[in-house]
Design a protein around this ligand. Structure first.
Ligand SMILES: O=C(CO)[C@H](O)[C@H](O)COP(=O)(O)O
Ligand SMILES: [Fe+2]
Length: 215
């Protein structure tokens, strides 16, 4: 069964505590948290202090997606908060191996995210060490964009890479434009975790939407 990770980016920021509780009660598996620095992507969201204040209000595992230029600067802060997955972008650092080891040394799971134009092959020599490959199915920076169909092939390639290296911890997550129309395509391709922001937070019945996305 695939897992659903609603993206907090589409929540009502004035009522974050209620929104997170509502998502948990609606059956979400993880809380996807988009950290943007206005540099790696042309948008700003929230930082560790805001996320820390939410930790005591939910038992959902935190799935942190860092769209920042210097991801290594934030490892300790998110480890201290209590983060399940710390996912950085392959395009943001030439030192993926070092950063993955550091993330793991803090007891977090390490993920690498790929922009739509970055090939899965870039992860060939780090896949054995990864807990997650996050395939971006939109250009990062904003919620509510349209799904880029090419992501379906990349999900299959990421699954094959984990299989080749016999990495049974490795999960493939897909992020961007996931809705009732595109969810069957990414489930079929083998995605383990579906991120959905606008589809879940914009649904009249969020629990029903989460169930439907799971298929
Ligand atoms: O990382 C992201 C954007 O950079 C978000 O997680 C993603 O866009 C989710 O929003 P939606 O489901 O509305 O596309
Ligand atoms: Fe994201």
């Amino acid at each position: 069964m695939v897992k659903i990770a609603p993206s907090m980016l589409s929540a009502d920021f004035a009522r974050l505590q209620e929104e997170i509780k509502n998502i948990e009660l609606s059956g979400a598996d993880l809380l996807h948290i988009d950290i943007m620095d206005g540099h790696f992507v042309p948008n700003l969201t929230f930082g560790a202090p805001v996320i820390k204040s939410l930790r005591k209000h939910t038992a959902l595992p935190f799935d942190v997606h860092l769209m920042v230029t210097n991801p290594a600067d934030y490892v300790k802060a998110f480890a201290d908060i209590g983060t399940e997955y710390f996912t950085f972008h392959a395009e943001a650092t030439p030192h993926m191996h070092r950063l993955v080891q550091e993330i793991k040394s803090y007891g977090m799971k390490a993920g690498v995210s790929l922009n739509p134009s970055t090939p899965v092959a870039m992860l060939e020599d780090i896949a054995a060490d990864l807990d997650m490959i996050l395939i971006m199915s939109v250009n990062p920076g904003f919620g509510g964009q349209s799904f880029i169909p090419h992501a379906v092939r990349k999900i299959k390639k990421a699954k094959a890479l984990f299989d080749y290296y016999e990495n049974s911890n490795g999960v493939v997550e897909v992020d961007g434009g996931v809705n009732l129309e595109t969810a069957p395509l990414v489930r079929e391709a083998g995605a383990d975790i579906l991120v959905a922001g606008s589809a879940v937070f914009g649904a009249p019945d969020r629990a029903e939407m989460i169930r439907s996305l799971r298929g």
